[in-house]
Design a protein around this ligand. Structure first.
Ligand code: HEM
Length: 472
């Protein structure tokens, strides 16, 4: 596993200073404190406040180092990245995503990334502009009647349907709004949601029973997995057969995955690999964007001044017509609203790395085989790097403001070679969706009080965000 001995020995820790942290109890360490503090988000936030930028935590068998300073984020993701891998934590995600881009490592990951990257560059994702606009348009048309009736909608569910629709359309050319596929897709969506919840619960516990033990939760996980394999596996097999029969086609991302060849070896992906990449992208490509948009409508409803400025921009630039990609550079405020939403509520609020060898971070010793917890949630609210960190202020993302900040004070998509491959896709989709929805509807919150975030794989609102649509 350890391919980095030479490099890592060059960076081996000079310091033996142990990072501060709560003592904890034998075997379980700090696990009982997580529940006492109200959940993982609160536990990590308190640990950062109490112990500073490098905190040592004991979560069962493994020592964890929670880091929050942008310099340390850069160290782990970029400067000394050879000393870190995604680690054994990925074993818990593999039942969901197989050996796709998210979970794989080493040369295999590198090859897959090289093959898939061209479709996801800023230029590559422009091919998805039209299907995105058309899918969003159809969703907005379907909203006309609930808007007239003054119906209250669960906006989280609506955003999930929207983003799942976009990924189904752009990757598989499947229109999930069609009656004959809507049932299957909805079922697959529910199965996905359950699997995510399961994996997320597993990741938060120190001990878990293997999937072959037939607990009710394991049985439901396995049934959900079978359903998705049936749905997506069928799509991959049919498309492969169509390529064999009719020759290569190029309509969507699935065609790209079936067509790509490694320039160095001439190799293409086999069906299993295509399947793992499809499920990875299908999954990573809708849930995170849906959570961003859900928080965005919640924040806008609470900040009428921001909403007004967004409406002015959209009305001024588009004047009632549907946008094209060429309009996006003229809608900078809409984009800033998306970015500021992901600052306060980054969907991937934590992610982890594991050290191969000893290292030093912030003057503290990091032993080999430690888990490093990086938290966009904490860094994005770091009081040394953000003024009024709790306030929703999209103008922070004006270019002059961005230029003044540490590059790694903001990293909702991660950083370094393993940066989210879908970042351009997600930003393009969210930008279009915000402009198009704000152009036609105002979303009014139908509940009092604040909604707190809850960790459920991604950072979700702890309760359904109920909103009424008003036609503008
Ligand atoms: C707001 C939306 C999104 C957020 C916040 C997000 C966040 C992230 C983050 C933080 C990582 C890095 C994890 C790590 O380094 O451990 C990641 C990786 C990844 N994301 Fe996203 N993502 C989003 C949307 C998407 C979309 C739309 C797609 C696909 C269409 C996608 C596909 C992936 C894949 C395949 C990886 C693994 C990349 C690799 O390791 O090479 N994501 N994402």
């Amino acid at each position: 596993m350890n391919q980095t001995t030479n490099l890592a020995s060059a960076t081996a820790s000079a310091s033996r200073r142990v990072a501060p942290g709560p003592r904890g109890i034998p075997i379980l360490g700090n696990i009982p404190e997580v529940r006492k503090s109200g959940g993982l988000i609160q536990f990590y936030s308190q640990a950062h406040r109490a112990y500073g930028d490098v905190a040592r935590l004991r979560m069962g068998p493994m020592d964890q180092y929670l880091i929050a300073h942008p310099d340390h984020v850069r160290h782990v993701l970029v400067a000394n990245r050879q000393n870190y891998w995604k680690g054994v934590a990925m074993n818990r995600v593999r039942p969901l995503l197989g050996n796709g881009l998210f979970t794989s490592e080493g040369e295999f990951w590198q090859r897959q990334r090289r093959l898939m990257q061209p479709a996801f560059t800023p230029r590559g994702v422009t091919q998805f502009g039209e299907p995105m606009v058309s899918l969003i348009q159809r969703t907005l048309d379907r909203w006309e009647s609930p808007a007239r009736a003054g119906a209250v909608l669960d906006i989280g569910q609506q955003m999930m349907t929207l983003t799942m629709g976009v990924i189904a359309e752009t990757m598989l050319s499947i229109d999930i709004t069609r009656d004959d596929v809507a049932g299957n897709a909805a079922e697959a969506g529910r199965a996905f949601a359950y699997m995510l919840e399961y994996v997320s619960r597993q990741s938060a516990t120190a001990f878990s029973l293997p999937l072959w033990i037939p607990t009710p939760a394991n049985r439901r996980f396995n049934a959900s997995s079978a359903l998705i394999q049936d749905f997506l596996g069928g799509v991959v097999r049919e498309r492969r057969a169509a390529h064999r029969r009719d020759g290569p086609q190029q309509r969507d991302l699935l065609d790209t995955l079936l067509n790509v060849r490694d320039e160095q070896t001439g190799q293409s992906m086999d069906d299993r690999q295509v399947y793992d990449e499809v499920i990875t992208i299908f999954f990573a490509g809708h849930e995170t964007t849906a959570q961003t948009l859900t928080w965005l409508w919640y924040l806008l409803a609470k900040h009428p001044d921001v909403e007004r400025r967004l409406h002015d921009e959209v009305d001024g630039v588009l004047g009632g017509r549907a946008p094209t990609l060429a309009d996006l550079p003229n809608l900078p405020y809409a984009r800033m609203v998306v970015e500021e939403t992901m600052r306060l509520y980054p969907p991937a609020w934590i992610f982890v790395r594991e050290s191969y060898n000893d290292d030093e971070i912030g003057g503290y010793h990091i032993p080999a085989k430690s888990m490093i917890v990086l938290s966009p949630y904490l860094t994005h609210r770091h009081p040394d790097h953000w003024e009024r960190p709790e306030a929703f202020e999209p103008q922070r993302f004006e270019p002059e403001q961005v230029a003044k900040r540490h590059h790694y004070a903001y990293f909702p998509f991660g950083g370094g070679p393993r940066t989210c491959i879908g970042n351009n896709f997600a930003l393009q989709e969210a930008h279009l969706a915000v402009a198009m929805i704000a152009q036609r509807y105002r979303l009014r919150l139908r509940m009092d009080g604040d909604i707190s975030p809850k960790m459920m794989g991604t950072l979700r609102p702890a309760e359904p965000v109920l909103m009424r649509l008003e036609r503008r």
